[in-house]
Each structure stands twice: as structure tokens, then as C-alpha cells.
Design a protein around this ligand. Structure first.
Ligand code: ADP
Ligand code: MG
Length: 691
């Protein structure tokens, strides 16, 4: 039987090759694709708003008579049309217009227009509104419908998409959309069937509750939201299945190396570290690849956990790869692991993008021969020419910067063709529970929810950059008292070169202003060896003040540093600020974080800095970040398109997460349903693993 999925959009009136190609850019090939191109909001054009009651920012319909039409020369030439109704005036302004339009909008014409209210020179204005001259009467109350607004691509206008969707709806009667959800489930949640839901969202009837539709809470919308969230969940479970379709080498714990390692540490594991180790030990001893995410706030001691996992693998005769997202962090892990593991007689290989020539050959040889039990580095670890002898455990630090497809790719580096490596993923960005359930459905999670004993709280101060003098003074007195400080420069430009330049200027300024202090500088453009040298001098206490770009974000550990100044914190995400702040508060003395913003702050910016000032709990901060910026930003994967929904909104719809997490595994055995839902909602994306 033919289905909507088999009917190409070219079947519709007015769709030729050119338009079909543009629609293709939106992922629309068939009529079904078109009907799943859903309106992301609605406009209420059901009633005319009196001009006297318009407010700035309103999006509204107004209607009145043209009083006069002027050509205004000014900075940009514009056509200015002044309308009046019985309650007031409104100016329509056009920067692009032709003679015909100008004639149409002549004095005395009746005009209905739709636009957003902006402040103007002599009152409120609409720029380039949609308008009709001599409009037909408005539908009677109770008969008007909301106007759907669709996501667009270049060269396709809103009315065009609307028209096409309306045409496509005409096919729904003959070719209903296949409903993949069990009727009992729909009944449980009182949701409509799929065809009914699709029909309603594209063409809401006049009697549909306006506020529900506007907020996306109408049962028809919720039906689609639920199906969309379910499809995402299923796609992640599928990734998990694909990874676990291969066996893994069971790594049975013997515990001798671990014991010697623990004895060498100057501290005891926290209870939370021990719990997480129990999970990991258990996973690693299975013949299935471990897929475990360990979340732990900054400073919770994830590195020790990683080392213990590595030792279990090494004892079982396997190799371990440890990958970090930046050179600095990878290098710090390398130093830590050397210090810990070399005394146990183990060999490490160091592979980063900057390791070249002979050094790289030697590292590659140690990895392929198996003489190095551990390889540490950046992405460079997973280039094609890196061949492991018997890789059985991959540890990834700061997972939120890697995508699902990289997790899939790792599978290929395992022992022989048959076995996949175990994967341990560590993140210092606490992920709110609901988000984790949905974004990391392919992973098991453990949380290190306890900091090592003796940590002092960090006092956070939010001040405008007008008080830079006071801040410099504060640095002077802290360093005079034997403390050390960080000064972090941020720049809005993406350009690393500009960021480094700004840091250089600041370092120069501060060393001029603070002649008694030793000031150092690290940024992304320094050679690895130079960076390491500066970091060493800071660690040894030879430097009092370290000026840095955000490269120091992760992992840097200098307990005597008790003051951190962050310039322009309003430019960074909360999670990143929390990370930066975590550079202090690692030693005995009281620590301070000064957030020196550039006024004026937006209300959003204020709320964010306040959240940071009020809390040091990474999970609380992550919840706030999620509320304020949305999941894409929190996960740091906006570019890769992860968690970009057509209809679902993470905040509004989080009530679905738990039920979906419960129902998804039950659907997995039904291959046809899983494939169809993933195809329907994630389309081609999934094929390239870009999710
Ligand atoms: P993160 O989770 O941020 O990666 P690290 O592993 O870098 O944290 O640990 C932060 C600091 O705490 C390090 O100096 C580490 O040696 C120390 N540390 C880790 N575990 C403990 C513990 N159980 N008791 C005391 N200090 C610990
Ligand atoms: Mg760390």
C-alpha cells in the first residue's frame, strides 16, 4: 500500500525541481516529511488590537486608515505610512518598497497589518509588516484560527510552507499516517492518534484552546512531543545496542596493583569514590563492553577513580587509553599517571597533536608492541595510525565535548575485530538528572556526590569592572600574604589569536601595576613545553599571579592558589564558570572568586551570576544553566545538533522524560517500530551518526 512516505513533494501543486531542492535542505522529500515539519509556534491573528492598547514587543494585528504616506530620507530612505484607528496611531515603515506599494498605501486606504511593535520617533511602529489593503471582514469570534509558524530555510517564505502543508493535509484522509504507538499507551495519557495530532497542529480548529496551543501543551502537540522524545531515546538505546553487539574482554579484578597504588596515596578514598569503584569493577569483569558515565563535581577526585579502573585492566593483561579534550588537561593526566603508575613498574605513552617525529614514532611503537600499558593523549589517540596491541579500556575525560559518534568510533579500536573496549566516561559538568536520562540514555551513570574532606567553601563576589582598581589591590594583598592568584581573561571573539593577545596585554598591565609580584602568562598559543614550564613555575610558587585565557578551565590543581579573578564572566556559561572557580578552594586557606563583569548586565546575565554566587553545588548550577540556556548549551553540543528538537522543549516537557525512559526499553525488540520512529523524527541525521 502506498503511504505518505512514498509520495514525493513534487506531487503537490506548485512544487517544481527548484522548490523540491529547497525543501530537501529542510530534510523534506515526501509528504510525510512535510507533515512532520511542524510549526514551532503560532501567531494569534484572530483579533484586531486597538492601536491605543499596543505595547512594545507585542506581535499583533492592527487595522486602520492611512492618514498620510511620506518618503523619509534620513540615514536610510524609508516609506513611512501613518495609520489611525479610533484609539490611536501606528506607523508602518518600509525600507524596501516599490512604486506599486507606495500607490496602494495612499491616503484614505484601509489597511490591516501584522507585525511586532517597536518604539519609533513619534510613536509605535511596525517594520515591514505583512499587510492587506481593503481586507475582507475578520472572521466572527469563535471562528478564527491561529496561524502556524514554521522553521524556514533560505528562499522559502512562511506563506509558501503554510500552503504546502495545507495541501498535504488533503492527503491524510486517504493515506493516514501509520501510528506506531500502542493504543493502550495513548489511552493511558489521553492522547490523540498520530494523524489527528498532525492535522490539528498544522490547522488548529477555531475552537481549540488558544493558550494551550500557544504554550505547546495541547494534547495533539503533547502527543507529538512524546513521540519525538521517545524517538530520541530509542536512537540512543540503539547506539548502546550497536556498541554492545560486540563482546568485550572481561577484566577480572585481582587488586594487587590497586592495593599498592592506594597505599602510595596520601589520603583515603571517599565513600563516594568507593561506591563508584564498585560499579566500575563489576562492569569491567563482564564480557560486555562497559558504557559508564561518571559524574563528579570539580575536585571530587575523578582522576583517582580513572587510575583504579586502569589498574584493573592492566592487571588483566590489557591496555588502556585515556583521552582528554585539551592538551593541557591531557598533559596533566599524563603527569599524574606517571607519578602514580611508574613506581608500580608500568610504562606510559604520550600522544597529543603536538607530539611529532621521533617522539611520536616511539610512542606508536610502544602502543603497538604493548610495552606501554597506558596511552594518554588528546583526539590524536584515535587516529588511524595508532594501533593498539590489546586495548580493552578507553577512559574519556570531559565527555560532554565528545559526541555519540565518537563513542561509536571507539568501538573500532578494540582487541582484534571481535572485541570492543570498555568505555569509562568522566565529566565534571554535573548534568541535571532529567537531562542525563535523556541525553545519555546509552550510558549507565554513577555519581561521585561527595568532595574529599577539608575543602573550604569559596566566597564568590560579583562586581562591575569599574572597580578594577580594588580588584588589583586585592590581588596585591593576597599575594603579599603568600597566596597565589589566577586572572582569567575572556573575549567574545572566537579567535584564539585575539584571546591570547588580550591576555598578553592584561599580563603586561598587571606586571606594571604590581611590580612586587611575579606574573606569568599561559594561553592556547604557547608551545606545550612553554605552557608546562609556566604551569610548573606557578605550581612551585615561583609565580604569584597567573594570567590565563580559559585554557586553565579544567583540571589544573594548585592548592596554594586561593583567589581567582574572572573578567567578563557574563560571556561564559555557568558550567564553565563553575569549572574555572574550581581552580581555587583546593587548599587549607579561605578562597575567593571575583566575577568582574562589564555593565550593563542583562537580566538573564544577572540571574546567572547570582546563581553562581549563591551556590557551589555543581548540580544546582547545572539545573540553573539548563533553565536559563537550554540543553544544547548545557551539554556543549549545540553545533552537533544533539538535543535539537522539532517540537519538544526540555523545560516544558521534562515530565515526559521519566515515563519515556521506562517505556523505551520495552519497545526496543520491535525493530520495525524503532526504525520507523527514528527515521520519522531524526531522519538522515542518524545515518551519519551526527546526533
Ligand atoms: P576532579 O574530579 O576535578 O578531576 P581530581 O581527581 O583532580 O578531581 O582531584 C582533585 C584533588 O583532590 C587532587 O589533588 C587529588 O589528588 C585530590 N583527591 C582525590 N581524591 C581524594 C581523597 N579521597 N581525599 C583527599 N584528596 C583527594
Ligand atoms: Mg579532572
Amino acid at each position: 500500500m502506498t503511504s505518505l512516505d512514498d509520495i514525493p513533494v513534487t506531487q503537490l501543486k506548485g512544487v517544481g525541481q527548484a522548490l523540491a531542492e529547497k525543501l530537501g535542505k529542510l530534510g523534506i522529500a515526501s509528504l510525510q516529511d512535510l507533515l512532520f515539519h511542524l510549526p514551532h509556534r503560532y501567531e494569534d491573528r484572530t483579533r484586531v488590537v486597538p492601536m491605543g492598547s499596543l505595547r512594545i514587543g507585542d506581535v499583533a494585528v492592527a487595522e486602520g486608515e492611512v492618514m498620510k504616506t511620506d518618503l523619509v530620507m534620513g540615514r536610510r530612505r524609508s516609506l513611512q505610512v501613518t495609520l489611525k484607528d479610533s484609539s490611536g496611531f501606528l506607523v508602518l515603515r518600509f525600507f524596501h518598497f516599490n512604486a506599486a506599494q507606495r500607490n496602494q498605501l495612499a491616503e484614505g486606504a484601509r489597511v490591516r497589518c501584522f507585525g511586532e511593535v517597536r518604539p519609533g520617533r513619534a510613536g509605535y511602529e511596525f517594520y515591514h509588516p505583512e499587510y492587506q489593503v481593503n481586507p475582507p471582514p475578520m472572521p466572527a469570534e469563535g471562528q478564527a484560527t491561529l496561524t502556524p509558524v514554521y522553521p524556514l530555510t533560505e528562499g522559502i517564505q512562511q506563506p509558501r510552507v503554510r500552503g504546502l502543508c495545507q495541501q498535504a493535509l488533503g492527503y491524510l484522509q486517504r493515506y493516514p499516517i501509520r501510528d506506531w504507538l500502542p493504543p493502550s499507551l495513548l489511552a493511558d495519557y489521553q492522547l490523540p492518534g498520530i494523524s489527528e495530532a498532525v492535522q490539528l497542529v498544522h490547522s488548529p480548529p477555531a475552537d481549540a484552546p488558544v493558550h494551550l496551543l500557544m504554550e505547546g501543551r495541547h494534547p495533539a502537540q503533547q502527543r507529538l512531543v512524546m513521540e519525538e522524545l521517545l524517538a530520541h531515546q530509542l536512537s540512543l538505546l540503539q547506539v548502546r545496542e550497536q556498541i554492545q553487539a560486540r563482546e568485550a574482554l572481561p577484566l577480572l579484578p585481582r587488586g594487587e596493583l590497586a592495593e599498592r597504588f592506594l597505599e602510595s596515596l596520601p589520603f583515603q578514598l571517599t565513600g563516594a569514590q568507593r561506591h563508584v569503584m564498585t560499579d566500575i569493577r563489576q562492569d569491567l569483569s563482564q564480557p560486555l563492553p562497559m558504557l559508564r558515565l561518571v559524574q563528579g563535581d570539580v575536585g571530587s577526585g575523578k582522576t583517582v577513580v580513572a587510575a583504579l579502573a586502569a589498574l584493573q585492566a592492566i592487571e588483566a593483561g590489557a591496555q588502556v587509553a585515556l583521552m582528554a579534550p585539551t592538551e593541557i588537561l591531557a598533559e596533566q593526566h599524563y603527569q599524574n599517571f606517571r607519578q602514580w603508575l611508574e613506581p608500580l613498574g608500568l610504562e606510559l605513552a604520550w600522544l597529543s597533536g603536538k607530539v611529532k617525529g621521533k617522539a611520536r614514532e616511539a610512542a606508536l611503537a610502544a602502543v603497538v608492541s604493548g610495552s606501554a600499558q597506558v596511552a594518554i593523549g588528546t583526539h590524536a589517540l584515535f587516529q588511524d595510525d595508532v594501533v593498539f596491541d590489546r586495548l580493552a579500556l578507553v577512559i574519556v575525560d570531559e565527555q560532554h565535548r565528545f559526541g555519540v559518534h565518537q563513542r561509536l568510533a571507539l568501538r573500532e579500536k578494540g582487541v582484534g575485530d571481535r572485541l570492543a573496549p570498555h568505555q569509562l566516561i568522566m565529566t565534571a559538568t554535573p548534568i541535571p538528572r532529567t537531562l542525563a536520562m535523556s541525553a545519555y540514555a546509552d550510558l549507565d551513570t554513577s555519581v561521585i556526590d561527595e568532595l574529599p574532606p577539608g575543602r573550604k567553601p569559596i566566597e564568590t563576589i560579583v562586581i562591575p569592572d569599574g572597580r578594577r582598581e580594588d580588584v588589583i589591590e586585592r590581588v596585591r594583598s593576597a599575594c603579599a600574604a603568600g597566596r597565589q592568584a589566577y586572572w582569567v581573561c575572556t573575549l567574545i571573539e572566537e579567535s584564539e589569536a585575539l584571546q591570547c593577545q588580550a591576555a598578553e596585554v592584561t599580563a603586561q598591565e598587571l606586571s606594571d601595576r604590581l611590580p612586587d609580584l611575579q606574573v606569568g602568562l599561559v594561553h592556547g598559543r604557547l608551545k606545550a613545553a612553554e605552557k608546562a614550564a609556566v604551569m610548573d613555575r606557578f605550581k612551585n610558587g615561583e609565580l604569584d599571579l597567573l594570567v590565563a585565557t580559559t585554557v586553565i578551565e579544567v583540571g589544573v590543581d594548585v592548592p596554594n592558589a586561593s583567589l581567582i579573578i574572572i573578567e567578563n564572566p557574563e560571556r561564559l556559561g555557568l558550567a564553565q564558570l563553575h569549572q574555572l572557580r574550581g581552580r581555587v578552594g583546593r587548599g587549607e586557606q579561605a578562597s575567593f572568586c571575583v566575577l568582574m563583569y562589564h555593565p550593563p548586565l542583562s537580566s538573564n546575565g544577572k540571574a546567572r551570576l547570582q546563581a553562581l554566587r549563591d551556590s557551589q553545588d555543581g548540580f544546582f548550577i547545572a539545573e540553573k544553566d539548563l533553565e536559563i540556556r537550554g540543553p544544547g548549551e548545557v551539554l556543549g553540543t549545540r553545533q552537533t545538533g544533539m538535543m535539537q528538537f522539532r517540537l519538544a522543549d526540555f523545560e516544558r516537557d521534562k515530565g515526559w522524560i521519566e515515563p519515556i525512559r521506562e517505556m523505551a526499553p520495552g519497545l526496543m525488540p520491535n525493530r520495525e517500530v524503532v526504525a520507523a520512529l527514528i527515521r520519522r523524527w531524526l531522519g538522515e541525521k542518524i545515518r551519519y551518526g551526527d546526533v
